[in-house]
Write a protein that binds this ligand. Structure first.
Ligand code: 5GP
Length: 192
């Protein structure tokens, strides 16, 4: 059986990766398996353990690092985030297409480590830094310091598009999702 795709959706925090990802998965055009990450940050209102993330303590996270359980992991604005490795591999070996929605350091690690032709990397670009700020503020979940840190990071990250196979502008969620779906449909076809 042909190995499934490993799809990486990355971009600055607040660009709308989560919203675009949910839109793509809700269309059911593609059979994608979302890889649920592990994190040490507190759940936001409406977030569910085992659905949005596996919420763990720093000790548990570090234990997983030590055991080599992550495909990639990164520290992002004071918290750890990582992709559990075994599940991704097992699903791809079953021919399933696995979808990662991760920040930029983690995406770089995956692109450096996993070199097979099934890897598809997409950078989601905000229309402007103002748009990024609006989105982060709308979430009302972070202190001013953290918002500033996320924005400074976001500005730097917007220049890191060259390592990606595709750059998609998130001007409108539905349009960005449509563009990503057509990229992925083509890739799925090529991977057959
Ligand atoms: P948030 O706290 O807003 O949910 O996530 C912060 C950032 O971490 C976002 O850019 C999100 O995409 C990213 N992220 C989520 N899961 C992972 C992961 O497993 N690995 C990495 N490297 N980043 C992740």
């Amino acid at each position: 059986m042909k190995k499934g795709l490993l799809i990486i959706l990355s971009g600055p925090s607040g660009v709308g990766k989560g919203t675009v990802r949910k839109e793509i998965m809700s269309r059911h055009k593609l059979q994608l398996d979302y890889s649920i990450s592990m994190t040490t940050r507190e759940p936001r209102a409406k977030e569910t353990d085992g659905v949005d993330y596996y919420f763990v303590s720093e000790e548990q996270f570090k234990e997983n690092i030590a055991k080599g359980n992550f495909l990639e992991w990164a520290e992002f604005v004071g918290h750890y985030y990582g992709t559990p490795k075994d599940k991704v591999e097992a699903l791809r070996n079953m021919g399933r297409n696995v979808f990662l929605e991760i920040e930029i350091n983690g995406a770089t690690q995956v692109m450096e480590q996993v070199k097979d032709p099934g890897v598809v990397s997409i950078f989601l670009m905000p229309p402007s830094i103002d748009a990024l700020e609006k989105r982060i503020r709308k979430r009302k979940s972070e202190s001013e310091d953290i918002i500033q840190e996320r924005l400074t990071k976001g500005e730097k990250e917007m220049s890191m598009t060259k390592n990606y196979d595709y750059v998609v502008l998130n001007d409108r969620i539905e349009r960005a999702a449509d563009e990503i779906i057509s990229i992925l449909l083509k890739k799925v076809q090529e991977n057959k």
